[in-house]
Every structure is written in structure tokens, then in C-alpha cells.
Design a binder for this molecule. Structure first.
Ligand code: 6GU
Length: 229
């Protein structure tokens, strides 16, 4: 799978996406993350990408031309259908379900805005979906794009090893994860729950499920309604 991130800060993307599991997945050829500098596509003699908003107001707005040309160039390079997703607090809230939908694509084009946003007409012209990562405001779409890229990458076959398997985590069954323990068995007078040492797998599974339900009730009662647990 190929993920193109269109941004004014390509170094920010490269630095993060070459680390850890996503970095390893790129080295192994399971995914490729391309950081595309929108400024490179500006036809302005000073490589300007933004201007004052019509109607007045604070901040600057990214004008359509560099964004449109960058998207067209990437589309030509991809050579197949790839959705253009604009990261914005005005978008639909990102979810594990959306991550699964995006993971089914061969390629994704993630567009990061900056300043006060981008000209509405370029959204109308090229954007297929608008996505937010939650109800708070970031300085730009880069961190949001990387959140989406990370959540999608780990669902691409081969990216996670068996040990890190994708099925049992929080949200896959609509419940939060159960607590985990490792050695030592006693640490600062706190003991690992006895049942985990019993070797009785059925009992361990039942205990873990109960813990997941309890934890979800405490921390995320809104999820319990959806999971029907
Ligand atoms: Cl996608 N962008 C920005 N700038 N802020 C956000 C966001 C996106 N999602 C939540 N806050």
C-alpha cells in the first residue's frame, strides 16, 4: 500500500514514519509513505502557498493552485483510483472502522492543511472525504495524517508480526483491553493476579473478558452500548 502525505512540512512526516513498526514495514516493502511538499508545486515566483482571506479575518488561507497541482501530480504517479482525504477538525471523526476501510485501498492521498485552512473550492474540486482525529485543534494536519497512516499501516497484511496481532486490541471487539502483567510476580508489594499464574486458559480468558467489560464500563460507558456486552 502507498500512502502519499501532501504537506508543507515533509521532514516532519519522514522523521516520524521511518521509526518503529511503520519504519520497519516500509523497509520490508509492505507499505510506502511518500511525503510530498505542496510548496514544490507553487507556480508563484516566491513559492508562496497562502494569502489573506476574502472577507477579512485572522490568519492566512492556502490558495488552490499548489494543492490542486500536487494532487494531480500524485494521482498521475499512482495511476489508479486513490481517495483524497483532507485532514481537518471539520471532518468526520476517525475510527477503527474507517481505518479498516482505508486499509482496503491500494493507495491513499492524505492532504494536510495549515494556517486557517485551505480555499473551499479546492476541497470541492478534489477531496473525497474529510477526517478529524478528535475534538481539539492542532496547528496543522500533519499529526492527524500520521495518526491515520499509523492506524491504517498496522492493518496491512504482514505489517504486524504474530506477537503484535491486530485482532485482539481495544476497539476491535468494541471493548478496551484487559490489564497486562509481566515479571516480577511481586513488585513493590503488588502481586500479579493469581488466576494468570494458574495455567487454566479458559479461566484466564474469562477473567480477561470480565476485566475488559469492567474497564470499559468505568472508562468508556459510551462503548458498552455499542458493543452490547
Ligand atoms: Cl485533522 N487537523 C487539525 N488542524 N486539527 C485537528 C484535526 C485535524 N483533528 C483534530 N484536530
Amino acid at each position: 500500500m502507498e500512502i502519499y502525505i501532501l504537506t508543507l512540512f515533509p521532514d516532519m512526516i519522514q522523521t516520524v514514519m521511518r521509526e518503529s513498526i511503520v519504519g520497519r514495514a516500509q523497509d520490508a516493502g509492505h507499505i510506502k509513505v511518500h511525503a510530498v511538499n505542496i510548496r514544490d508545486y507553487s507556480t508563484d515566483k516566491h513559492k508562496k502557498v497562502d494569502d489573506y482571506p476574502y472577507g477579512g479575518g485572522a490568519g492566512m488561507v492556502m490558495f488552490p493552485q499548489p494543492i490542486y497541482d500536487a494532487v494531480m501530480a500524485v494521482r498521475a504517479q499512482v495511476g489508479r483510483e486513490a481517495p483524497v482525504i483532507y485532514l481537518t477538525p471539520q471532518g468526520k471523526t476517525f475510527s477503527q472502522e474507517m481505518a479498516h476501510d482505508f486499509a482496503g485501498e491500494d493507495a491513499l492521498i492524505l492532504l494536510c492543511g495549515h494556517y486557517e485552512g485551505i480555499d473551499e473550492r479546492v476541497i470541492e474540486e478534489v477531496v473525497d472525504a474529510q477526517v478529524s482525529i478528535g475534538d481539539y485543534v492542532l496547528t496543522g494536519g500533519e499529526l492527524a495524517a500520521m495518526v491515520v497512516a499509523d492506524a491504517v499501516a498496522r492493518l496491512v497484511p504482514g505489517v504486524l508480526h504474530n506477537q503484535e496481532s491486530a485482532g485482539t486490541e481495544s476497539f476491535e471487539d468494541g471493548l478496551l483491553e484487559y490489564p497486562q502483567y509481566t515479571r516480577p510476580r511481586v513488585w513493590r508489594n503488588r502481586e500479579v493476579p493469581e488466576i494468570l499464574l494458574s495455567g487454566d486458559h479458559a479461566k484466564v480468558d474469562a477473567w480477561r473478558h470480565e476485566q475488559s467489560v469492567e474497564r470499559t464500563k468505568q472508562m468508556r460507558p459510551d462503548l458498552i452500548k455499542k458493543a452490547g456486552a
